[in-house]
Design a protein around this ligand. Structure first.
Ligand code: ADP
Ligand code: MG
Ligand code: ZN
Length: 566
């Protein structure tokens, strides 16, 4: 016991009829030398941790029965509540029921983090703060206490925090904001106290608070005066952060994807005054993340990580790790030696669209789905501003009974009005084909998702991007999920009349896309029919082949991002 401060000495004194005596002796602080000496001279030693130190056993005998009973009740209580954080927790009241995790060594280094080089660079400094604080304090610099990592889920925020601890070789304490917030007042605050107490004992170290927005929301927001418990927890956190000097060797890293809702007190100097953005990786970033996760996997030499990166815009680090893992599982299931591009391709589809289902047998409804998908694909192919088709398939996946995949062009970053209009027309292509071929009585519910997407896009064009006849106005604040209170208050920034005009504009945009899709399909009916037959026969048509066939009938506009995964 490193921290044992009291020793219970058992002594037999011949002068007192050899009666066993128990003595309590204070040890002079931490005394490894004394203990070593005692060991050397053959004194048998035993250590008990402080909590149930020997003295307590003396009078425990009488209490044992009631304690056991209590214990059992307690146990029943806990078992009977299935709700996490429900009544079962009532007994634990925060104290030392360690809800935070500690890792003495995370074993993760910056080598394991890829594709977010800017964030890594900024955090490199934190490692130095933890490793050599003297360097900064010697010249009178105040070492920052808190860093806020801001970014969507799965981009590697937890990983980064662990890597900092790993690089600095310090312990890693972690807790999630949602674990602070319990139904019992005072529990969160006492958890914060516990956490900081433990951290101070282990300094230098790193504290990681995940989902800090769960505790750190603006105080006083929300209807009915807000949440007392959360406010207390937040106040305790602020108090603790103010209570230690920057040079005690504790650095707090918090993660959130909603920095906008955080209480401004958290962001003041001396608290989380540094913000580091951890965004979804770009093409190059995805390549290097794939590189990291490919290290321990057997991948066939023909597989190009670049091609995978190109097919996965919007994927986060976690998605990519998951993708390679899915591919490895498929490879094992197919009893192959190494992961090939086929497994990668299947894994991407699975990660994006869900599990593969069994194809339909040829029927009227299969034919309708085929027309629907070919409708999307042909409109997408023939509109100059639409992303090119990657493949069309009738193999169901997740909720979808057929799918048309496009290759988005992410390099440009911004999206033009022409592109949005093309996307709207492309998304209307499915419904348009159903109408053209089967007539408006036969259209199906299958286009529900498409219509929702189309409506969203059109509405945003009008209200956010100023791309309609209403002019360059922003009529809606950034989307931002409505959280009680502030959302309700800020509604209705425009009059009824403007609302009606917005609706009219949205309608115009959609109708234009719909009409464009219908004429495209009508004018190319011959190739549409041929493609549908082919799709029913083959289940899947690759983008390249699709374009070749269409090119036999009409001009296909050139597009930049055409490439093949194979
Ligand atoms: P977050 O905390 O931002 O939600 P995590 O750090 O928990 O994301 O990421 C989950 C997993 O995804 C990591 O354990 C890692 O395997 C993988 N991952 C995420 N981002 C990266 C990255 N930038 N480089 C390498 N792997 C990553
Ligand atoms: Mg995380
Ligand atoms: Zn559709």
């Amino acid at each position: 016991m490193r921290s044992a401060a009291t020793a219970i000495v058992q002594a037999v004194d011949p002068e007192l009829d050899d009666r066993l005596q128990k003595l309590r002796v204070d040890l002079p602080g931490n005394s490894p030398e004394l203990i070593a000496k005692m060991r050397d001279s053959g004194i048998s030693l035993d250590f008990h941790p402080m909590r149930n130190d020997g003295a307590i056993w003396g009078f425990l005998g009488n209490l044992l029965f009631p304690m056991l009973l209590l214990g059992a009740l307690f146990f029943l209580f806990r078992r009977s509540s299935n709700i996490p954080g429900g009544p079962g927790q009532a007994m634990s009241f925060g104290k030392s029921r360690a809800r935070f995790q500690m890792e003495a060594q995370t074993g993760i280094t910056f080598e394991d983090v890829a594709g977010i080089d800017e964030a890594k660079e900024e955090l490199q400094e934190i490692v130095t703060f933890l490793k050599q604080p003297e360097r900064f304090t010697a010249v009178g610099a105040r070492i920052p206490k808190g860093v806020l990592l801001v970014g969507p889920p799965g981009t590697g925020k937890t990983l980064l925090a662990k890597a900092i601890a790993g690089e600095a070789g310090v312990p890693f304490f972690s807790i999630s904001g949602s674990e602070f917030v319990e139904m019992f007042v005072g529990v969160g605050a006492s958890r914060v106290r516990d956490l900081f107490k433990k951290a101070k004992e282990n300094a230098p170290c790193l504290i990681f608070i995940d989902e800090i927005d769960a505790v750190g929301r603006q105080r006083g927001a929300g209807i009915g005066g807000g949440n007392d418990e959360r406010e207390q927890t937040l106040n305790q956190l602020l108090t603790e952060m103010d209570g230690f000097e920057g040079n005690t060797g504790i650095i707090i890293i918090a993660a959130t994807n909603r920095p906008d809702v955080l209480d401004s007190a958290l962001l003041r100097p001396g608290r989380f005054d540094r913000q580091v953005i951890v965004d979804a990786p770009d093409l190059k970033g995805r390549m290097s993340i794939l590189d990291v996760h490919a290290r321990n996997k057997k991948i066939a030499p023909q597989v190009s990580l670049e091609a995978i990166a190109r097919r996965t815009p919007g994927f986060t680090g976690a998605d990519l790790a998951n993708l390679l893992n899915e591919a490895a599982i498929l490879t094992a299931r197919r009893r192959k030696e190494a992961i090939t591009i086929l497994e990668i391709d299947d894994a991407i589809d699975r990660v994006v669209a869900g599990m593969e289902g069994t194809p339909l047998v040829d029927s009227k409804s299969k034919r309708l789905i085929a027309y629907h998908e070919i409708g999307h694909a042909i409109v997408g192919t023939l509109l100059k501003d639409h992303d090119p088709v990657q493949k069309v398939t009738l193999v169901p996946r997740g909720q979808a009974r057929g799918l048309t995949w496009f290759i988005p062009n992410e390099e440009q970053g911004l999206t033009t009005r022409a592109q949005l209009l093309a996307r709207i027309a492309g998304a209307m292509g499915g419904r348009a084909a159903e109408e053209e071929i089967f007539g408006s009585d036969e259209v199906t519910t299958g286009a529900g998702g498409d219509l929702q997407q189309v409506t969203n896009m059109a509405r945003q064009m009008v209200t956010r991007f100023g791309m309609s006849d209403l002019g360059p106005l922003s009529l809606e604040s950034q989307e931002g999920e409505v959280f009680l209170g502030s959302g309700l208050m800020s509604r209705a920034e425009y009059s009824e009349e403007v609302a009606a005009r917005i609706d009219a504009q949205v309608r115009t945009i959609i109708e234009h896309g719909h009409a464009l899709a219908r004429t495209t399909i009508r004018d190319n009916r011959e190739v549409v029919d041929r493609l549908v037959d082919l799709l029913i026969e083959k289940e899947t048509i690759d983008g390249q082949e699709f374009r070749q066939i269409v090119a036999e009938y009409t001009d296909v506009p050139e597009k930049e991002q055409v490439f093949s995964l194979l």
